[in-house]
Design a protein around this ligand. Structure first.
Ligand code: PRX
Length: 672
């Protein structure tokens, strides 16, 4: 067994590994002709192939409308319903097929196999509650703060059935974070759950609802009703009592709407399907706005082309539906294709490192999708554990962060038993679906590389002067997309300026232009383009830390620290972490009259967990006498990052207070 160390994404290119013949022979896409069909000179017409994977109530007349560039409109004139496409359309031939295999965390609880017929009934009943009890209608926003149980996809699909815009906040986020997002999206209704299992504990999730309502109301958005799903039907499993007049039990309401059918609302392709909040470079998360037609067409096509999902497959994406990966590749993509998708409630290593492989064996999962953080965790917890199980994957996916070649190798050899093809998919919340990945039946894999752009997309790497870099230059640049695509966000909710500024301003060739060629999309990631056209993604070029494959804005954590009254200044940097890739490390200075203490460190730590959520828990809270600053008073985060990662801080003599660097270095080295 190899020794664990702090992993690095190496600069060296690895050898190609070719998928096995058995995989290629059965692949959805194995003809390289797809790249020819989707060459840039044929843009945007090839996206008809994607649109035709859906059922339209009314076929679209305009593929791409650029009149409001860079807010692209796709499949204009078309009408469809996402819930119909993910549920109803499969009834005719597949009503008895499992749509969702729900695996509760406690192994004593039975796995639930929800058929398409059952999903249809349940989605309709929830839609009836939302429409007839709550009076919700097309265009209204609803905030969901749900854990990984079937009620989450069912509620999403019920919203989609009515054209209600769902905004699901990751269940692990705090009540305050949910409240802030409810306020921004102007939701009057919050849908939550009483409790759920995580690492063997039944967590009180409902307690977060009170905080969410309080936070939202402070900002001027009153949440009128909280709908509460029960983890165990007929029982309130949270010690926090329901509030009269505000909270209603969803399971009770459903009893009144048993077997009620709700007609799917025919939505213009350009109407909003959902909002998904993600961290940006300011303290305020941004509501990424996804369309109905373009988004659904894109995720359906990506699930088919890259995930190779076929009617007989059982597909398990281990992400949380609270993140974009779960939206696209647990819910909308697989269900739109009529596949069987797995929803697992709990921790991958609970109660032991064999849990995932037992689930895979029991359900005969053959497509598996997870993040490098989970792979590192599973590798560390049970290096040889996959040997003990008879699961057999044809395809495995990795997403969310760069994967170290040696971790990739373990995934390939141990988890995939040297048989499964691997796709390393690179993309973002904003993109709806993949940007880069190899097409598994056509292109070889390269450990540590995400591959070329997916069919239909065409990337360019710019250096800092705006020059297009050549393949094989060996240096990193900013990876951008030359052309728009149907899955791309429409805008940032209520903030078009921020949308243009963040993603387009830097490389826009003419801000007045209505021609898509003038508006390359800037991902915000650094990448190296190899001579063979494969992209190696190095990480963010902005103030965003990728923690366990999830985006965390340093400003978000800093603002949370500044809530503590003793704190004068806060600076967050990324510290390398063996499992999570990176974690935030926090430096604070205090207002005059306050003294550092362990209690204060704990208070700051607890405040951050409370304001943002446990994902933001800093590795350390370093109360420093002063921040290293430039002469103009700017905090030198670069220097602090070197200290956190024990690397050379370089020449600091030009700082206003160079002496403080040594003091901080000593403090961090001593761990005090
Ligand atoms: O830095 C890139 C990294 O994750 C960021 C997007 O985060 P988020 O919007 O939370 O979506 C994560 C899942 C889609 C990107 O800007 N990233 C994502 N996938 C990869 C990656 N870095 C390297 N390799 C990947 N495959």
């Amino acid at each position: 067994m190899s020794e664990d160390k702090t992993y690095q994404v190496t600069m060296e290119e690895h050898e190609f590994i070719y998928p096995r013949y058995e995989f290629v022979a059965q692949a959805n896409v194995s003809d390289p002709d797809i790249f020819e069909r989707m060459s840039l000179d044929k843009f945007p017409y090839y996206y008809k192939e994607f649109a035709d994977m859906l059922e339209w109530d009314e076929y679209w007349h305009t593929m791409l409308d650029t009149s409001d560039a860079p807010c692209w409109k796709w499949f204009v004139g078309g009408r469809l319903n996402a819930s119909y496409n993910c549920v109803d359309r499969h009834l005719k031939e597949n009503k008895n097929k499992t749509a969702i295999h729900y695996v509760p965390e406690p192994e004593g609880e039975a796995i639930e196999h929800i058929t398409y017929q059952n999903l249809y009934m349940r989605v309709n009943e929830v839609a009836a509650v939302l429409r007839d009890e709550m009076g919700l209608k097309k265009g209204d926003r609803v905030t969901l703060h749900l854990p990984m149980t079937p009620e989450l996809p069912i509620t999403m699909l019920a919203c989609a059935r009515l054209g209600i815009i769902h905004s699901q906040v990751f269940g692990g986020f705090s009540g305050k974070a949910a409240g802030e997002r409810a306020w921004d999206s102007e939701s009057e209704i919050l849908i939550t759950m009483d409790a759920y299992y995580r690492s063997g504990k039944l967590l009180d999730h409902f307690e977060k609802a009170e905080e969410a309502c309080k936070r939202s109301e402070e900002e001027g958005q009153k949440i009128k009703t909280v709908l509460v799903w029960q983890r165990y039907k007929g029982k309130h499993s949270s010690p926090t009592p329901l509030k009269e007049g505000r909270d209603l039990v969803m399971n009770d309401l459903i009893e009144k709407h048993k077997r009620v059918k709700v007609d799917p609302v025919s939505m213009p392709a350009e109407d909003i399907l959902f909002l998904m909040y993600t961290s940006g470079t300011t303290g305020r998360p941004k509501g990424i706005q996804h369309s109905t037609g373009g988004y659904l067409a894109y995720v359906t096509a990506m699930t088919y082309i890259i995930q190779d999902v076929q009617p007989t497959d059982v597909y398990w994406c281990m992400a949380d539906i609270g993140w974009i990966t779960g939206h696209s590749f647990i819910v909308y993509g697989p269900l739109s294709l009529g596949a069987s998708t797995v929803v697992y409630e709990g921790t991958p290593t609970y109660p032991d490192p064999g849990r995932c492989w037992r689930i895979a064996e029991e359900l005969d999962v053959n497509i598996y999708h997870t993040s490098p953080t989970a792979i590192r965790m599973l590798r560390k917890a049970g290096y040889d554990e996959p040997d003990n199980y008879n699961h057999k994957f044809k395809l495995m996916c990795t997403v969310g962060e760069p994967i170290e070649p040696e971790v990739w190798k373990w995934y390939y050899e141990k988890v995939g038993k040297n048989q499964a093809a691997i796709v390393d998919t690179y993309w973002q919340t904003e993109n709806g679906g993949f940007l880069c990945s190899s097409v598994p039946g056509i292109e070889p894999m390269k450990p540590g590389s995400a591959g070329k752009t997916v069919p239909g997309l065409h990337a360019v790497v710019y250096d800092d002067t705006g020059r297009e870099m050549e393949p094989g230059e060996g240096k990193a640049g900013n990876i951008c997309m030359r052309n728009p695509w149907p899955g791309s966000m429409q805008t940032i909710w209520k903030d078009r300026d921020r949308y243009v500024r963040t993603y387009y301003e830097r490389y826009c060739k003419d801000p007045k232009s209505k021609d898509w060629r003038d508006w390359p999309y800037m991902t915000g990631d650094a990448a190296v383009l190899a001579a063979d056209g494969y992209f190696r993604i190095l990480g963010r070029i902005d103030d965003i830390i990728n923690v366990a494959g999830h985006r965390l804005g340093t400003k978000e954590v800093e603002s949370a620290a500044l809530v503590v009254e003793e704190v004068a200044e806060a600076a967050v940097v990324a510290a390398k972490d063996e499992i999570k890739g990176a974690v935030p490390d926090l430096y604070v200075s205090l207002k005059p009259g306050f003294e550092p203490s362990t209690e204060l460190e704990k208070k700051i730590n607890a405040t951050i967990r409370d304001v943002v959520g446990p994902i933001a828990t800093p590795k350390g809270v370093w109360i420093v006498p002063d921040m290293p600053k430039t002469r103009s008073g700017k905090i030198m985060r670069r220097v602090l990052a070197c200290v956190s990662n024990n690397t050379d801080t370089g020449d600091v003599t030009t700082l206003a207070n160079p002496e403080v660097v040594e003091l901080i270095e000593e403090m961090v080295k001593k761990g005090k």
